[in-house]
Structure formats: structure tokens, C-alpha cells
Write a protein that binds this ligand. Structure first.
Ligand code: OFO
Length: 162
């Protein structure tokens, strides 16, 4: 059985993951407006992954016999200054999520909840990938600068993400 503190923190993380999904869906819309459909695809795939993260925690709480609590999802930003600005926001957001996962791990340790600690290791590893994916696109955008042709090439590359 989950302790109240652990259950509450996990439910709050569902909200964080749902906000991540909303943020990336908003960003997909921003790139669609710029006719950068490859970037739109990248963010749409990311949006779906975030829904998957929320579902993973939801199912874990259910499997442990806990209570699900859903909270209001904050309205995301919908416009950015440039593609680079948007991907800086992705990386910063993923760093924020990594800190949230670390907090959950600390709670699992302090509550002596080994099952939750084990489950969270998936998220610890996932965050390494999430930050690396965002950093990779951001680094390329920084390299490209104002070169429209290179931006179109990167748009083609991001269109491949599944
Ligand atoms: Fe992007 O990893 Fe979940 O929130």
C-alpha cells in the first residue's frame, strides 16, 4: 500500500506529465503555424510520449490500490520567439521534470517504499533520454543560426521521428 505522502506525490506527477503533454501539443501547433511540419511531428510524438508517462503512473497507483486524484492542468504558453527559443523551453522543461522525478525518488526512499523506488528507475533513465533528445535538436538549431535552407533540412530530419 502507498503511504499518503507517496500517493499524493505520484498523483501530482500525473499532473506534471499531463502539463508536459499540453505544452508539447501547444508547441506542435506553433510549428504547424510556421509550416515546419517535421518539427510539428517531433513535438506531436513527444506529446504522445507524455500521455504515456501519465498513464504509467496512473496504472501504477491503481495497481498499488491507491486513489487517483486529477488536478487542473495549467494553460501552456502557445507562442515562442523562434524554433530555437521553443527548444530551449523543451530542454528547460525536461530539466524541471528531471528534478520532479528526483524528488519522487527521495520521497520513495524516505517512505521506505521499495516498489515505487524500483518503478521510478524507469523514469530516471527516461529523463536522461528526454534531456538528450531536446539537447540534440537545440544544438542543431544553434548551429544553423539564420540559415533557412539548413532549417528546412532539420525539419525533414525531425519528420522521421516515430
Ligand atoms: Fe518529458 O518526460 Fe515526462 O514529463
Amino acid at each position: 500500500m502507498l503511504t499518503t505522502k507517496m500517493e499524493d506525490a505520484l498523483n501530482r506527477q500525473i499532473n506534471e506529465e499531463m502539463y508536459s503533454a499540453m505544452l508539447y501539443l501547444a508547441m506542435a501547433g506553433y510549428f504547424a503555424e510556421l509550416n515546419l511540419m517535421g518539427f510539428k511531428n517531433w513535438l506531436f510524438v513527444q506529446y504522445r510520449e507524455e500521455i504515456g508517462h501519465a498513464e504509467k503512473i496512473f496504472n501504477y497507483i491503481v495497481n498499488r490500490g491507491g486513489k487517483i486524484r486529477l488536478y487542473e492542468i495549467k494553460e501552456p504558453q502557445v507562442i515562442w520567439k523562434s524554433p530555437k527559443d521553443a527548444f530551449e523551453a523543451v530542454l528547460n522543461h525536461e530539466k524541471h521534470i528531471t528534478a520532479k522525478i528526483d524528488e519522487l525518488v527521495e520521497i520513495a526512499e524516505s517512505e521506505k517504499d521499495r516498489a515505487t523506488f524500483a518503478m521510478l528507475q524507469w523514469f530516471v533513465n527516461e529523463q536522461v533520454e528526454e534531456e538528450a533528445n531536446a539537447s540534440e535538436v537545440l544544438a542543431k538549431l544553434e548551429m544553423i543560426g539564420d540559415h533557412k535552407h539548413c532549417l528546412m533540412m532539420l525539419d525533414k530530419e525531425t519528420a522521421q521521428r516515430k
